[in-house]
Ligand binder design. Sequence first.
Ligand code: PLP
Length: 368
Amino acid sequence: MRANGAGGWAAEAILRLMADAGPATPTPLRRVPLPALPDVDLYLKDESALPTGSLKYRLAQAMLCQAIGTGALARGMTVVMGTGGAVAVATARLATLAGLPFVAVVPAKTPRAVRAGIERQGGACRDAEGPPAGLHEEARAFAARVGAHFLDHYTDAAPALAAWPGPTAADEIFAALRTHRHPVPAWLVAGAGTGATSAALGRHIRGGGHPTRLAVADPENSAYFPAWASGCRDYATGMPSRVPGIGRPRVEPGFAPELIDLVIPVPDAAGAAALRWLHGTAGVPAGPATGTVLWAACHLAARLREAGTGGSVVAVMGDGAEPYRATHLDPAWADAHGLAPGRYAADLERFAATGAWRFGSGARRASA
Ligand SMILES: *Cc1c(COP(=O)(O)O)cnc(C)c1O
């Protein structure tokens, strides 16, 4: 027994972090009914079922295990992040579980509900003093000043997920589909924030030699589509994405264009339409990023129908509706922020009823 030694603490903390998700994994695969496309099976990988309600939980779990495993994060050290997002809520839970104090340096305007989420998981919030653009660097400087460990999810999440020894979302998807009629998905679709999730899916596909292709759904103002299309990594838009969790004004280090077959730019209003349609048609209460991803998945489903091959499409649902009830999911708020579904709502209704997709997929032309 070395329970009091450093090695003992690290091993024990890692075991505790790895066991935490327990009954929440594998997260469910939910079918989205598309009766007009009888040969296509569309699924959502529901990551809102993870303990803190978002896929950021997997990122936080992998980052903390990695930092503890390498010794960078030792017993009693405080963990600091610079974000008021879902990754802070997840890290608060897991750091607390490992017995480590956690401080999120958050933008001054962070809603009370988000602060409460971090605090409920055992973390503390510290208001940033500078502008939001400098949040990350301010948090890094604060961590250095107090001798804490700074977690930088934009650089740390992708390598940590690559080193994660436990089952991944991709493992779970392929295992769950094994008994279905299209057991190997034709497409996996995800949004990209840090890029870690899509990179992990891509590695699984390439590593397993699967014929599956990987698409990233990209909202307005994001640098990922132009960067992927041009092959230029230092592309920057200078404008923040309006879809929480996905789309970045610059290309983050975890984004792996070499593993991505297609980046699909999705208008924010189309994502909003898909989110409402999903709730109406399948009763699944998802967060805004899922609308963007689902729109792209519908595009790919239409391609499979046109190609006459059929197949399965799995879209990653990054979080649930709960945190967005007063914002993105409130029609008045959405209207006021230019996120009304507009004509895209009718496009989806027609797609669901007839299978017709008016946004030319090109599949016919390409195979003609
Ligand atoms: C962060 C996030 C993503 C993207 O995950 P990354 O691994 O950071 O690219 C997708 N959906 C939601 C809801 C997210 O919060």
